[in-house]
Design a protein around this ligand. Structure first.
Ligand SMILES: C[S@@+](CC[C@H](N)C(=O)[O-])C[C@H]1O[C@@H](n2cnc3c(N)ncnc32)[C@H](O)[C@@H]1O
Length: 515
């Protein structure tokens, strides 16, 4: 069969791995890996669906000026991690911005009117081949990049594989859309400390006969200063024999001795065949603690094996500063309203602080709080306000409770709860500000419906998925909220992922907090 090779001009980037071109004959969208907007190329179509097709590059006829001439990682085309490394960093930020706007447009979300009107959406950028027009549009939304977009990942989870013929352990990433493991020795997006450590682990495991199918993944997590590292082996418990335990203990003892930065060594059990990597049970097997301690500006945080922690400390600290500035805005608005005699608090317990002449206290909820990174930072910065947080993962809640003590805070409480259950209770709807930071799938309609019945006058929504963020904002628009401000941050350079912070307030801007 003769391959269907055609000429294409690349228009845009998808929210994913592929660049997008239009088939000149059928007019359908063609998704092409490793292509860059502005490229003129020949591509081989390998999959045709109803209204789209997929193609591989056969030859680049004229490379886009937006292409990175010398991508830093030679494996980037085959390793599934850095889908956009072939695009110049500044242009990656621009395409992320366009994807964010596309998600809002698709969901018909009204953009903050002070900055730009709805009609600013311009279909032209979708047709523009070099992205230049897109760059000129929507200057009011930008994605904050990193001055150094390398060595930003504080955590890696490597799948492993034992080579049958030699017994050597390999660790790395799977080739895109395959089960072929690439043995990775150098990865420029990770903390440098992981390289030597991982090579040591491979060596020790190969020597002790620890590998697949018992060992599934190796997790490494480091503090920002790379002085505290946690190593965890994710194992199939049903395959673990006493001699394996002894071997793993010996391996961890050597690691703790040879790598003084390694402060915690655990095993995590996962016998399930799903794509969830970590199991619920974690065991300390060597050393004397099962967590590392990291710093987020002025707070210290304990982080255990299965607790969520944002993978890019520098950019997360920028996000925390933006959240603080929202809270400061709410605080000063609230104070102005108090001075102007606007009735502020429905809650009786706040009367005392008001009569003492102090600035009124806001009740702030951190929902989906993980180890408490957001509420810990806020509780420390705003000692006059009271904070509550909740989280589903027990290990993270244990960390959060320890972190409250570690930072000597008395204005923050944490609870183990699911968002589904938490927001069902009427007494949990009495907040002035609700901060949401759900996983990628966002919030369910039921959760949003309950939140919209709360007393909250500010919703601060931090999201790692523009699609679900836009969907959820649209839902809240229907519940009388309005997108007031939006900030985007590049937490994950060289990938299509984007972190976005949104501030929503009731339609009537005059509605004071707590009224
Ligand atoms: C994106 S993380 C945010 C964590 C935290 N805000 C931070 O910045 O470190 C989402 C968190 O939500 C938790 N989670 C997932 N589903 C949940 C649910 N249904 N109810 C409550 N928490 C949930 C996860 O365990 C995870 O810690």
């Amino acid at each position: 069969m003769v391959a269907d090779i055609k000429d294409f001009k690349i228009d845009s980037m998808s929210f994913g791995l592929h660049a997008i071109a239009t088939d000149p004959d059928s007019g359908i969208k063609v998704f092409i890996e490793n292509a860059c907007p502005g490229d003129e190329l020949k591509a081989e179509i390998y999959d045709v669906q109803k209204d789209m097709a997929f193609a591989h590059i056969a030859e680049i006829s004229s490379a886009s000026p937006l292409r990175e001439e010398d991508p830093r990682c030679k494996l980037h085309k085959i390793c599934g991690s850095c889908q956009w490394q072939h695009i110049k960093y500044e242009e990656q930020l621009n395409f992320k911005r366009i994807n964010l706007l596309d998600a809002f447009k698709l969901n018909k979300v009204k953009l903050p009117s002070d900055d730009y009107e709805e009609e600013n959406y311009n279909d032209d950028y979708e047709k523009e081949s070099t992205g230049n027009k897109a760059r000129k549009q929507h200057q009011n939304i930008s994605v904050k990049g990193l001055s150094n977009p390398w060595h930003f990942r504080n955590k890696v989870i490597y799948p492993v594989e034992t080579v049958k013929s030699t017994g050597r352990l390999l660790a790395g990433y799977y080739k895109t859309k395959s089960n072929d493991l690439i043995n990775i020795k150098h990865c420029p997006i990770q903390y440098s400390i992981f390289e030597e450590l991982m090579e040591g682990i491979k060596e020790l495991c190969s020597g002790e006969g620890i590998g697949t199918p018992l060992l599934r993944h190796v997790l490494l997590r480091s503090s920002y200063d790379e002085n505290e590292v946690l190593v965890s082996f994710i194992l199939r418990k049903k395959l673990l024999k006493a001699r394996d335990r002894h071997a793993i203990k010996r391996i961890f003892d050597v690691i703790l001795r040879e790598f003084p930065e390694v402060k915690a060594a655990t095993i995590n059990y996962n016998d399930d065949s799903t794509n969830v990597i970590l199991g619920e049970e974690t065991e300390l097997i060597a050393g004397d603690r099962d967590y590392i301690v990291d710093k987020l500006k002025d707070i210290q945080v304990k982080i255990s094996t299965s607790s969520f922690f944002q993978i890019n400390n520098e950019q997360f600290c920028n996000i925390l500063e933006s959240i603080k500035s929202f809270i400061e805005q709410a605080r000063s608005e609230n104070q102005r309203n108090t001075e102007n005699g606007v009735s502020l608090h429905a809650q009786q317990d706040l009367k005392e602080t008001e009569t003492q002449g102090a600035v009124s206290r806001l009740k702030i909820l951190d929902a989906y709080s993980g180890i408490g990174s957001i509420s810990l930072s806020l509780a420390q910065a705003f000692p006059q306000h009271s904070f509550k947080s909740f989280e589903l993962n027990n290990a993270a809640v244990i960390n959060a409770k320890d972190n409250i003590k570690l930072n000597d805070l008395n204005n923050l409480e944490v609870e183990l709860a699911s968002a589904e259950d938490y927001f069902k209770e009427e007494e949990n709807l009495d907040f002035d500000i609700i901060i949401l930071n759900p996983p990628r799938k966002g919030c369910s309609n039921k959760i949003l419906e309950n939140i919209s019945k709360s007393t909250a006058k500010w919703i601060i929504y931090l999201s790692c998925n523009p699609s679900t963020l836009a969907r959820d904002i649209k839902f809240l628009e229907g519940a009388n909220f309005k997108l007031e401000e939006i900030k985007a941050f590049d937490m994950f350079p060289h990938t299509f992922h984007l972190e976005t912070l949104a501030l929503l307030r009731p339609h009537s801007k005059t509605a004071p907090l707590n009224n």
